[in-house]
Design a protein around this ligand. Structure first.
Ligand SMILES: Nc1ncnc2c1ncn2[C@@H]1O[C@H](COP(=O)(O)OS(=O)(=O)O)[C@@H](OP(=O)(O)O)[C@H]1O
Length: 375
């Protein structure tokens, strides 16, 4: 193919083409720069406080939130305790009673991206509703290894419940950071805000602290035969490389002391009336979860939305699982650290534990007015 000869007349035409290209390049550049600045500003608001980073254990992600500074470690979730450098308080309305403190937030600025993905939030957004942050109305305070994770996962399926997924440990470990630090998921008017931290039940200072947050707080305690509870705790300790009580019945060993429910309960009863406490049977939560959750819904003044239709028995796991969870429409069982098989324990040690707990159990039945029938 032959090219047209380069003549004097063709030079101005090429100049014009060249100038036009230069101009359109500049215009495109300016347009891209403007789009970049606007989107950076917008996205910065969404992402500035949340980061994911890998922990030492490569399968675990640490959820870093500068506002929170730290989350408790819950073996049932992938959150790990972390501490960050400069905790920044959220924007609080000043001088309101603590129980009514609500953190005003707008969708774009404060709600974490992960929370916005949840079906509940997509729904709220579609409705044009505004959620706020507030301190918890209800707390699952214990007991460790009683079935607290199962209770939380089951109750948070309710549309009127908003719960923190990880253990917050505000009232035992991070109280000094102040109520502004206590981080709960955004909640709509009328929804119940909850958190679960099983160590609250046994921590001396916690009842008074919870009372000073909200004297009307509702408290849920999942209790399980203290002997099985201790074995469950022992199984966990052994799986983490600790030899626990070394196979002996050591009643001064922490996990054994947790099972002396009456002593811990007496402390809570100095700060709260019995009517504000609900005792959930850990055993019944496994055998008949719908019935226990019905009691919980009544206690929290919620409509009985969660029924037996929400559960199925998973034979492989050997436990009831949810037909669908809060975050997903597919069936959901608890993680593999929940419902572990227990090691063989010497029957002599078991009967010594039973003897040890018997008088405390009797006192616990007396205090609660419920006979749990533990052997
Ligand atoms: N549905 C369902 N699925 C799995 N596990 C269930 C369920 N319901 C109750 N449980 C019992 O919960 C026990 C763990 O209790 P917690 O969740 O309170 O443990 S923790 O304190 O948060 O570590 C756990 O104890 P182990 O069996 O010793 O693992 C279970 O017996």
């Amino acid at each position: 193919m032959r090219h047209a000869p380069l003549t004097k007349a063709s030079i101005p035409a090429m100049d014009a083409i060249h100038r036009f290209r230069k101009k359109s390049f500049l215009l495109t550049f300016m347009f891209c720069a403007t789009v970049f600045c606007v989107s950076y500003r917008f996205n910065y608001c969404l992402t500035k406080d949340f980061k994911f980073s890998k922990s030492k254990d490569k399968s675990t992600f640490i959820f870093l939130d500068k506002n929170l500074s730290s989350y408790g470690k819950d073996r049932g979730t992938n959150y790990e305790e972390i501490t960050t450098r400069s905790p920044k308080p959220c924007v609080l309305k000043k001088k309101e009673p603590l129980s009514e403190v609500r953190l005003d937030i707008s969708w774009k600025e404060e709600i974490p991206v992960t929370a916005q993905r949840s079906p509940k939030y997509r729904f709220l957004k579609q409705q044009g509703l505004k959620a706020t942050r507030k301190l918890p109305d209800a707390l699952i305070i214990g007991v460790k290894k009683g079935g607290t994770r199962a209770l939380l996962e089951f109750i948070r399926v309710h549309p009127d419940v908003r719960a923190a997924g990880s253990e917050i440990h505000f009232f035992d470990r991070f109280y000094k950071k102040g109520f502004e630090w206590h981080h709960m998921p955004p909640t709509l008017e009328g929804q119940v805000t909850m958190e679960k931290t099983p160590s609250y039940f046994v921590t001396r200072e916690v009842p008074q602290r919870v009372r000073s947050m909200n004297p009307k707080a509702k408290l849920l305690i999942v209790v399980r035969d203290p002997v099985t509870r201790a074995i469950s705790d022992y199984t966990q300790a052994a799986s983490m490389g600790s030899n626990g009580g070394g196979g002996l019945v050591d009643t001064s060993w922490g996990p054994v002391k947790i099972g002396v429910y009456a002593r811990h309960l007496e402390r809570w009863l100095h700060s709260f009336p019995l009517s504000q406490l609900l005792f959930v049977s850990g055993e019944r939560l496994v055998v008949d979860p719908a019935a226990e959750i019905a009691r919980v819904q009544d206690f929290l003044s919620l409509k009985r939305v969660i029924t037996e239709k929400h559960f199925y028995f998973n034979a492989t796991k050997g436990f009831p699982c949810l037909m669908k969870s809060e975050g997903s429409p597919s069936p959901h069982c608890l993680g593999k650290t929940k419902g572990r098989s227990h090691p063989h324990i010497d029957p002599v040690a078991i009967s010594r534990l039973r003897e040890f707990y018997r008088p405390f159990n009797a006192r616990f039945y007396q205090l609660t007015g419920i006979n749990f029938g533990w052997p």
